[in-house]
Design a protein around this ligand. Structure first.
Ligand code: SF4
Length: 458
């Protein structure tokens, strides 16, 4: 098994070198989680909404074929051109083909995690197309030449000073300026010119409605609308799980999405697209890229219910203290750790282990995905199929032998306590990953079992 990326634990260790920064990152995301809590508690029917959303998505996953075909048919009737992509390469080729056909070499793009998943920007750039991300957070990470660290808040890992320095270098703002209003205004002016001069705009899709062939794109900045309304060609790219059956279902999902993502009652712009305006071309690219495989995995198919709100990341103690980039995958955090092994088990076998399995992710998920249970199941699949490192496998085998034999377990416990007392250096050393960041506990005088036997006799 060969890996080309740094494992999550190693990347997290790098992230953790600066403790005050990690504390700040942790608190910032927790603040977003708290906003979600307050906002959701204002809706007495919150749990019913979650149940309804989960049920609708359950129906979607069982009727994907019909719903997607109905969506295609309606979209075509509305004058939209529909394309199907089996994988990331096909998706990228379709987008490139459309741009080449119209001799376009510059495009604006609003937030789309699918295009991150397909590494579209790099592909288009190699083929001579300049893509400008217009979501402020996405533009910031693009200028830094790095991927987003969060699916909703792409630049959440950066402080005001980092952004001030970046804008000073790329946009010519005053050196040392950190005022958010000043920096945002500079970004606005910079992007305005791009919007006005680009003939093509790419957007993501939050929800595609099978009943009408229309789709909804949610942004807080209105950048998807600016791009799509000014361009001659609007290309909207969606993973096939974005489909919902009916227009009336939007009310359920839009209420859940904004509150779960940022604690807002509604996203600032929920734009409904249905047909191209006169003289414009509108294209929809529907992408599989491993989703059919995930749909066929009984234990993991529910992960396709995800509406990409990011709430599971904001609440996850591991994500908050390891940062999005440590997940080396377009979608980070708990849900990313379920989706990533499906795409590449060799590269992503470490990710389901980046969890405490505390279950907080499942508790906040607006579509009630059993996230922590799926993470636990992935561990079993990966171990069975030989994707975990030998050292971990040996450790797990040894532990299962000990736990399966009560006498051996008691003897091992006694031995462990004796060693910790008599030769603490045997456990308090750099070879022990636990000791690297934590103190080892004081060994108790006796085990609980010994105490229980003694006291029961008394
Ligand atoms: S898994 Fe649930 S909580 Fe996480 S991003 Fe998806 S919808 Fe949101």
């Amino acid at each position: 098994m060969s890996k080309t990326v740094m494992e999550h634990a190693e990347a997290s260790a790098v992230f953790n070198r600066d403790e005050p920064y990690v504390n700040w990152h942790d608190e910032t995301l927790w603040f977003v989680r708290q906003k979600r809590d307050k906002s959701s508690k204002q809706l007495p029917e919150w749990e019913e909404l979650r149940e309804a959303a989960s049920g609708i998505k359950h129906y979607v996953l069982a009727h994907l074929d019909e719903l997607l075909i109905s969506f295609e048919q309606k979209a075509k009737e509305n004058g939209v051109q529909v394309h199907w992509a089996a994988n990331a390469a096909e998706h990228n080729e379709i987008v490139l083909g459309l741009l080449k056909k119209h001799k376009i070499d510059k495009m604006v793009k609003s937030k789309s995690m699918l295009t991150e998943e397909c590494h579209m920007n790099e592909f288009l750039s190699k083929n001579g197309i300049e893509v400008i991300d217009t979501d402020l957070g996405e533009r910031i990470v693009q200028l830094r030449n790095e991927p987003p660290s969060h699916i909703v808040l792409p630049a959440i890992h950066l402080k005001k000073k980092d952004i001030g320095d970046l804008f000073h270098e790329h946009l010519g703002t005053d050196a040392g300026a950190t005022d958010p209003q000043y920096l945002t205004e500079a970004a606005r002016q910079h992007l305005r010119d791009k919007f006005l001069t680009r003939r093509a705009a790419l957007t993501g899709v939050n929800f595609a409605v099978a009943e009408t062939g229309g789709f909804v794109v949610s942004t807080n900045e209105g950048n998807a609308d600016m791009g799509a309304h000014l361009a001659d060609i609007h290309i909207a790219c969606m993973g096939f799980e974005k489909i919902i059956p009916k227009q009336e279902h939007l009310g359920v999902f839009l209420r859940l999405l904004a509150r779960s993502a940022t604690g807002q009652p509604i996203t600032t712009y929920s734009s409904h697209f249905k047909k191209p305006r006169e003289g414009q071309e509108m294209h929809i690219v529907i992408v599989d890229n491993g989703r059919s495989t995930q749909l066929g995995r009984k234990d993991f198919r529910n992960s396709l219910k995800c509406i990409r709100c990011g709430a599971c990341m904001n609440t996850c103690p591991v994500y908050r203290r390891s940062g999005g980039h440590s997940y080396h995958n377009a979608v980070a955090g708990p849900i990313g750790s379920i989706l990533a092994p499906n795409l590449d088990m060799t590269k992503n076998a470490d990710l389901p282990f980046a969890s405490t399995l505390c279950g907080s992710c499942s508790n906040v998920c607006p579509v009630k995905i059993d996230i922590h249970e799926q993470l636990y199941k992935w561990r079993q699949v990966l171990a069975k199929e030989g994707y975990v490192p030998k050292s971990k496998e040996i450790g797990i085998r040894a532990m299962s032998t000990v736990l399966a034999a009560p006498r051996f377990y008691q003897w091992s416990g006694r031995l462990g306590r004796t060693v910790m007392r008599a030769m603490p250096f045997m456990v308090n050393n750099a070879l022990n990953p636990w000791y690297k960041q934590r103190d080892m506990p004081e060994p108790p005088k006796e085990s609980f079992r010994d105490w229980y036997v003694r006291n029961r006799k008394n």
